[in-house]
Design a protein around this ligand. Sequence first.
Ligand SMILES: [Mg+2]
Length: 171
Amino acid sequence: MENNCTYIDFDGVILDSEERMLCRKSEVGFINHNNSDEFIKYFEYTNTHPEEWDYILRNAVPINNSVEILQELEKMKKNISILTKIHTLLEMKMKVEIIRNEINLSCPIIFVPPNIAKHQVIIPNHQLLIDDSEKNIIKWNENGGVGYIFDSSLKNDEKNKVRSLEFLLKG
Ligand SMILES: [Mg+2]
């Protein structure tokens, strides 16, 4: 159990970048967030407009003190890693810059490419994942992990659902 790591999603858990991406996607005319082709087209668009990821990530705001809590967990020498989906290499590069230079975290960053699930990159093996995507959590749990859904709008933590990363400070 000593070597167990806690994996933390980035978009929608650490920073509000998910919301900002959807907003930006609408602004350039891709308004249907249920259409997967629109996402493919928008991510293609970002490859020729690198300012998109700069806008989405550089001005994103921490959710329910996530950054402060992670900095504290690092000081406590807790075994944590960021496990984050990426759609393009520009997004990957910008995430590293933001995590290292803006929010100043030094934990490992593990990137999950398009069309691959998080449990394929990290074999869950009873380890904890905190993610705002219910789909990711269901798959993580089905593959032997312990998943908590992150929902910043909750008033209080519930069974397997948390409103912030604060509970990790007590663990
Ligand atoms: Mg997310």
